[in-house]
Design a protein around this ligand. Sequence first.
Ligand code: OGA
Ligand code: NI
Length: 361
Amino acid sequence: MNCLQTWPEPIVRVQSLAESGIRKLPNRYIKPHNERPQLTLLNPQDDINVPVISLQDLFSGNESLREATLASISSACREWGFFQVVNHGVDPELMKRARDTWREFFEQPLEEKQRYANSPDTYEGYGSRLGVEKAALLDWSDYFFLHYMPPSLRKQEKWPSIPNSCRNLITEYGNEVVRLCGTLMKILSINLGLEEDQLQNAFGGENNDIGACLRVNFYPKCPQPDLTLGLSSHSDPGGITVLLPDENVPGLQVRKGNNWITVKPAPNSFIVNIGDQIQVLSNAIYKSVEHRVIANSVKGRVSLALFYNPKSDFVIEPMKQLITKDRPALYPAMTFDEYRLYVRTKGPCGKSQLESLKSLR
Ligand code: OGA
Ligand code: NI
């Protein structure tokens, strides 16, 4: 673990670069041609969007409406690995407060944010890079990362104390979104043909001992958005991600075949996606799909990603019921702690990790 104790070079806050008024992007942020976002070709298929699914009918008591909702989620998981949920039971007021509060945090003076500067051993706190490879190309974003579950990993003193509503808000928001994740886990479990609680038990056992982390991303406005990315292509290493997007500034793109589709968030929606651990547990019936974030020359963007993860020392492997003679187990058994060391060392790199594991078998 020694290699993960410190950053390989001094950290530069992207927000400080953006606010310094530079007109040209420093070389560290310029991506190779094949990774650049081709902004002029944005939305060649403007009518395509990640499916929007209302969860209202799950709780209506009407069995056929409930089945229809399950079926839409099932096809979204298979065809996109992504969907948006509305009528999900989380108060839109709380969602707005969460966005506003975190925006306020990033608007604090640099010295205030630096009190929370993170290091790569836990990533907790204020950060500006993922991965510890010296001289790696960097993404055009800063972030704040914190552990929310299990409660034993919650360190309130590491959470922002300014704005002073922040700590309470994190708890209120975390509770609501973790509850939503519990509902989604049941739906996925049923849709995979498993018992309702099976997927959840595979994450945390009977005690519901799951992990959850919050990463608040801040993508400052960028002088040359066509040369860089706010967040490079990656799949999420964990279980399920529930993202609160910035309603005013688009940026998230999802891979669909050879195209990148820009997500157009529905009002008061969360964007849900499948992570690598569900790909492993489902034996690749569900895929964790690559996504990335483009930068924007006009406005900064804030997003809150809650990662719902297996208990970190739990062994994750394809579920027995989903292994057949025709479809043998595609991935080796591994704990989430072992798994996430890779992305913490290398930073975001598409789907290279899961692909490399496949060849181990
Ligand atoms: C992430 C992520 C997307 C976004 O944090 O893993 O993919 O829109 N974020 O910020
Ligand atoms: Ni992601």
